[in-house]
Design a protein around this ligand. Structure first.
Ligand SMILES: [Fe+2]
Ligand SMILES: [Fe+2]
Length: 491
């Protein structure tokens, strides 16, 4: 198992050194703040006993504001930065330091900016609002800012905690077993994609921070064991097609990116690009998207605009941070096709970007293997791969397609197979040894005498007494004909 090794990204403007005066002032501020936070949990906001502590904190904050114009207290990993400089805590100050760090982190508050000299009343309001925040709520920072606004407080602004990749990965891998984490990440991501799309449809401000965080978790999981998330892609639900599809395309893309040796950073970018590849469809009316019959020319015209609309939407998503050109181009390119015969039509010939080529493969495979409102019986994984191979030069980058087949396996995860023992099984996990690519792990789906479903995990490399293999795949079957619910295996 590989753990996250990247350290939290500290913007270069944050300095490691802090002059001794600042350090003294900083430690004093944190200590006073600590005391005030504690006291506020004992007394109500009107209590006179508070007065002295408020005054002391106020003095500490205002000293900074007067000196530097404003004071920004920011949490980065396990450090506190004051106006871009890391606070070296004193031994005496350690308890206060830890307390502030823990309390803010619990409430997902990562930064507080005091923009002006404060008065007593403002600080009092601020501290009670802060300590009154519900723990573990990610939206706290925006709620907090709204409340400050309601109270006409413009001198303070808070920002949410930026959770580093290292912390997330460690948290995820320590706490639960990876399959459970996989399930949670998968369903949470579907829910979040749904939220983002709904926000965009309603012309609201879409929040993609959560999506970015979930993608980073997915990257951890893919690095650890790609079969977990790949298994989840067998959950096909046409009622939630768009959301499910976005997440599946992202999983396939991540698994390909991993095989291409992408770094975690690039994988995260690829994952989010794939997740948002069809975001432009949020502007197409559902009647057109789900139309069971052939689309009219005008409707096709609308449909073909979605890569470009997607680019526009992504460029407007503020929390995406710096929008990487790779992401924008990836979304633009995902229907160009390998020979540029797709859409949008280009004035100048260009090579389809790598992100675009990856997404194209993942997109086609998922679309073909997923039931749709107008096509309830999808292709089996094997049939889909056959179709893709037939058109490989026109549609896909042949090398990427080959890699994709290696990835989903000769017998893709989720395939229903018949064994030479006449048992029926579902491909659960590909064999990690390329030598045994035709011998994955299988879940046998049997019925006992009472007709109850039984499941048993077997490895097709298992030998019998005579040195031969105990079981081998005889052929693949169409799950739709046998009424087997493949997804159940992976839940
Ligand atoms: Fe698309
Ligand atoms: Fe798509």
């Amino acid at each position: 198992m590989e753990l996250a090794v990247q350290s939290p990204k500290v913007p270069p403007r944050l300095s490691e050194t802090m002059d001794s005066e600042l350090s003294k002032l900083g430690n004093n501020l944190v200590t006073k703040f600590h005391v005030l936070m504690r006291i506020s949990q004992i007394y109500d906001s009107k209590n006179v006993a508070l007065q002295q502590f408020i005054q002391e904190s106020l003095h500490a904050i205002n000293t900074f504001v007067k000196r530097d114009g404003s004071i920004r207290i920011k949490i980065v990993g396990d450090d506190i930065f004051l106006n871009e400089q890391r606070l070296r805590y004193s031994v005496e100050g350690f308890t206060s330091f830890k307390y502030l760090l823990t309390q803010w982190k619990k409430r997902f508050i990562g930064e507080v900016l005091y923009k002006e000299v404060l008065d007593e009343e403002t600080l009092r309001e601020f501290i009670y609002l802060l300590m009154g925040l519900e723990e573990g709520k990610e939206e706290n920072a925006s709620l907090f800012n709204e409340k400050l606004k309601e109270r006409n407080i413009s001198s303070i602004e808070v920002s949410p905690l930026e959770v580093s990749e290292k912390e997330e990965g460690a948290f995820a891998l320590e706490k639960e077993d990876s399959r459970e984490v996989g399930k949670k990440v998968f369903f949470e991501t579907i829910g979040t994609v749904k939220e983002v799309i709904t926000q965009i449809k309603g012309k609201q401000h879409a929040d993609v921070r959560k999506l970015k965080r979930l993608v980073r978790k997915a990257v951890h999981l893919i690095m650890e064991d790609e079969s977990i998330l790949l298994g989840m892609t067998t959950i096909k639900n046409y009622d939630e097609y768009t959301f499910n599809h976005s997440v599946n395309v992202s999983i396939y893309s991540l698994a390909m990116g991993r095989r291409l040796g992408f770094s975690r950073g690039v994988l995260s970018e690829l994952g989010i690009t794939a997740m948002l590849h069809d975001i432009g469809k949020s502007k197409i009316p559902l009647e057109v998207l789900n139309k069971p019959s052939t689309l009219s020319d005008e409707e096709w015209g609308q449909m073909k605009k979605h890569p470009l609309t997607g680019v526009e939407i992504v460029l407007n998503l503020k929390q995406l941070g710096e929008v990487n050109p790779k992401m924008v181009v990836g979304i633009f390119d995902h229907h160009l096709k390998n020979d540029l015969s797709g859409y949008p039509k280009l004035f100048h010939k260009k090579r389809v970007s790598l992100f675009g080529r990856i997404i194209q493969v993942a997109d086609a495979y998922d679309a073909m293997t997923t039931p749709r409102i107008y096509k309830k019986v999808p292709l089996t994984p094997e049939q889909a791969l056959a179709v893709m191979l037939k058109d490989r030069d026109v549609y896909f980058d042949p090398i990427l397609l080959k890699m994709f087949i290696g990835l989903v396996g000769v017998y893709p995860i989720g395939s229903l197979v018949l064994l030479d023992t006449h048992e029926m099984g579902i491909v659960f996990k590909p064999n990690p040894d390329p030598q045994w690519i035709e011998r994955p792990q299988i879940i046998l789906v049997e019925r006992d005498k009472r007709g109850k479903g039984k499941k048993e995990l077997v490895d097709l490399t298992e030998r019998n007494g005579g040195g031969g293999f105990k079981r081998s795949i005889a052929k693949t079957l169409d799950p739709n004909k046998y009424h087997v619910d493949i997804a159940k295996c992976f839940l």
